[in-house]
Ligand binder design. Structure first.
Ligand SMILES: [Zn+2]
Ligand SMILES: [Zn+2]
Length: 345
């Protein structure tokens, strides 16, 4: 167990109270979805479609594959539009999201990993978001890991003064206003129009946000605990079928740690990667360029089925292959040292 858990001694921990109360309140609002008064079929449709629109386009395609790993390049207007959608998921600003994730790749399952389940499953899932850590101070973190993202004035503006959060909350309110407006214009009385607006708010905005949170957090927790491994990466990442299906491809996490630059996370036919399919569509439309494919070295060895390593094997290769220190983090995260990764035989 990593020693960071010691920092969570209640006598020593400095809790992020804003996050704790915020997560609690938002989960409680999302729970209103079980109250029949907040139900509408339009809200349910917005919920399910929103899982894809916001989770896949905003988080998977933009925050993760385009911004963090530079796996593809979109026209600036499209990249910023996807980033706007990602911001509405309330997973922090693009520079901060990118910085945290690049740090995860640099130190995966080591002491400085922001969210390794080797501390505890809950820590990896959401515990790390509730505690202030010296090593995760916002400005130095972004300065070190996401300088390139901050060069874009739009992303720098989102990072300033919690603008990303204001944008996200306004998008939530827009759901209510749209529902209320539709109800009034279609002849409903004010009470029914308000109920319709609140149903869109609870199902389409808040519940969708919470479910996308837990899907994203499952990548950090579940796919570093359960699943199979294709590659002997110097971490404990796994390919988890359930998370991969729920997250539209992000659950092929061992593949991703083996080849972070690749825009395609599912490396075999059976490893369905919906986000990759959307990237392929963007390529066909001429809206995605410089798309990184899985390294030929990995692809050539892929037909040799990987085996589950014993814990002592994991310890052994971890000791033999410590993550090398790097100076250019943006370059490292988008261009990993693939030759050091070997297929498990
Ligand atoms: Zn990981
Ligand atoms: Zn990644």
């Amino acid at each position: 167990m990593l020693s960071r858990w010691a920092a969570l001694d209640p006598r020593l921990a400095r809790w992020k109270k804003d996050n704790i109360y915020g997560f609690l309140a938002i989960h409680l609002i999302a729970a209103l979805a079980i109250v029949p008064w907040f139900f509408s079929w339009a809200g349910v449709i917005l919920f399910f479609s929103g899982l894809y629109v916001f989770g896949v386009l905003g988080i998977n395609l933009c925050f993760h594959r385009a911004l963090t790993h530079r796996s593809l390049a979109c026209p600036l207007w499209l990249e910023r539009s996807f980033a706007f959608i990602g911001v509405c998921c309330i997973q922090d600003s693009p520079p901060h999201w990118v910085a945290v994730h690049r740090k995860h790749h640099q130190h995966a399952d080591e002491e400085l990993d922001p969210h390794s389940p080797l501390v505890s499953f809950f820590w990896a899932h959401m515990g790390w978001l509730l505690v202030q850590m010296e090593s995760m101070k916002r400005r130095p973190l972004i300065e070190r890991y996401a300088k390139d993202i901050m060069r874009d004035p739009f992303y720098a503006w989102l990072e300033r003064r919690h603008n990303w959060l204001k944008v996200a909350l306004l998008s939530w309110i827009a759901y209510f206003i749209a529902g209320l407006g539709y109800g009034v214009l279609s002849g409903s009385n004010l009470s029914d129009a308000t109920q319709f607006g609140l149903s869109l708010f609870v199902w389409g905005a808040v519940l969708r946000t919470v479910v996308v949170w837990h899907i994203t957090w499952s990548i950090n927790s579940v796919t570093h605990v359960w699943g199979y491994r294709n590659y002997e990466t110097p971490d404990v990442s796994r390919n988890n079928v359930l998370v991969a299906l729920l997250s539209s491809g992000e659950g092929w996490h061992n593949n991703h740690h083996a080849d972070p630059r690749s825009a395609r996370h599912g490396h075999s036919r059976g490893e369905i990667d919906t986000t990759w399919m959307i990237i392929r569509l963007l390529m066909l439309l001429g809206l995605a360029k410089n798309v990184a494919r899985p390294s030929p070295m990995l692809a050539n060895k892929f037909n040799d089925a990987g085996n589950e390593p014993a814990p002592e094997q994991l310890d052994a290769f971890k000791l033999e292959s410590p993550t090398p220190p790097i100076s250019d983090l943006a370059a490292k995260c988008s261009n990993p040292p693939v030759p050091t990764i070997q297929k498990i035989c």
